[in-house]
Design a protein around this ligand. Sequence first.
Ligand SMILES: Nc1ncnc2c1ncn2[C@@H]1O[C@H](COP(=O)(O)OP(=O)(O)OP(=O)(O)O)[C@@H](O)[C@H]1O
Ligand SMILES: [Mg+2]
Length: 404
Amino acid sequence: MSDSSSSFISNQVSDISPVQSSTTQSQRRGSSADQDDVILSIRSLCKSYFDAEILQDINLEINSGDFLVLVGPSGCGKSTLLSCIGGLTDVTSGEIFCRGKNITQLDPAKRDIAMVFQSYALFPNMTVAQNIGFGLEVRKVPAAERKQKIQQVAEILHLQPLLDRTPAQLSGGQRQRVAMGRALVRDPTLFLFDEPLSNLDAKLRLSMRTEIKHLHQRLGGTMVYVTHDQVEAMTLASKIMVLNQGRIQQFGSPEEVYKRPANTFVAEFMGSPAMNLIRAKVIVEAGAVKIQIHREDRAPLVFIEQAATDALRAFNNQSVIIGLRPESISDVAARDPQRSHSAECRIEYIEGIGSDVYATLKLGGSDVISRLHGDSNVSAGDRQQLHFDLSNISYFDPSSQLRI
Ligand SMILES: Nc1ncnc2c1ncn2[C@@H]1O[C@H](COP(=O)(O)OP(=O)(O)OP(=O)(O)O)[C@@H](O)[C@H]1O
Ligand SMILES: [Mg+2]
C-alpha cells in the first residue's frame, strides 16, 4: 500500500474512534510485512471428532488488513476452522497465534476476536441500539462513550433510523447489519464471518457485499470470511483459502487461485461455469511442444505450446489434463495472437444468459463450455470458428491431479 493510500484511509476514519486502532494496523501495512504485521497464524492444526478427521494439518498466516475468504464444499470444515479460531471448539492438536500470542487454550471471551454468524443471534427483546451496545455494556464502557460508539457504527451501517426498533421489526438484511454492528463496535483484532449473507436475496446480498467491501476499505480490519458464493469470494478476498475434506488445497490471491489453480479440484471448484478440464497428449517434436486433443468428428486439434516448461516437456508422449476457462474459448479473437489458436468446432448445444452465450463442444471426450458474445446467433449443430486463448492455460498431471 502506498503512503498516499494509507493517508487516504486515515482521513476516512479519523472521526471514528471505535476503529482507530484498526486504522493504525492498515497504516502499518505500508511498511514491509514484518512479524508485527501478522495477525493470525495457525500451525499444524488438526481437529477430529472421535475417529473422524475434520481438519488436517492446517497452516496459514494472515497479515493486518487482510480479507481471507474460506471456500470449499459443504462439510469440508470451514465453520469448524472458524470455530477453532474463535475458541468455541477445542483443537485436537496444533497451535493458533493471534498477534504473536498463543491463544490455542485461551478462553473465547479473552481472544479479542469478534464473530458474526449466519444465525445473527440478536437479543429479541432489546432494541437495535441495545443489541449493538451490549458487548460494551458488559465491558462496563461508560454510557456516554457507549452511545457515541453505537452512533458511529450505526452511521457506517446506515442503521440510524432503526436504533429504537426491536429485531422483530427489521428485515433480514437489517438484522444482518445489526449483527455486524455488534462486532464492529468492539474493534477487535480479528473479525470472523460465517456465511453472513447467505440468507439474503440476490439484490440485498449484492448491496451488502458492496457495503462489506467499503467497510473493509474504510476500516482496514482483518477478516476471515466463509462463503459458498464464488463472486463474493473473488470480489471481497485479498487471500483465498480453498478447503476440501479438511485439507488446504490452495492458499493465495484471488487471481492466483483463479488463474493458476494448484490442482484439478481448485480448477473445477472456483469459477462458474467451472474451468474446462480436457484430456490431451504432449508430443515434443524438433524441440517444439505440441498439444494434441482428440476430436470425434474431425482430425485432432493440435497447437504449439510456446511457453512450455521443462516439467511439461517431461510428459512427452503422455497424457495431460489441460485447463481452460470458458472465457478462454470464444468467438472473439484472443488479445495476444502469439498465444492464440483458432479452430472450427461443432457446437453441441447452447445456453444464453443475456450477456453471454455458453456454447458446449466436445473436446478430448469431454463436454467443453465456451463463452461467446451475447449477440452470437449460433445454433446447436453449427460449426463455429473459435479462438482458444492460451495465455492462461493450465496443465495438470492426470495421476496426481496436481498442476504441472
Ligand atoms: N460436533 C460435531 N461432532 C461430530 N462431527 C461434527 C461436529 N461438528 C461438525 N462435524 C462434522 O465436521 C465436518 C465439517 O463440518 P463444518 O460445519 O465445519 O462444515 P462446513 O464446511 O462449514 O460446511 P457447510 O458449508 O455446510 O456449512 C462435517 O462432516 C460435520 O458433520
Ligand atoms: Mg459451515
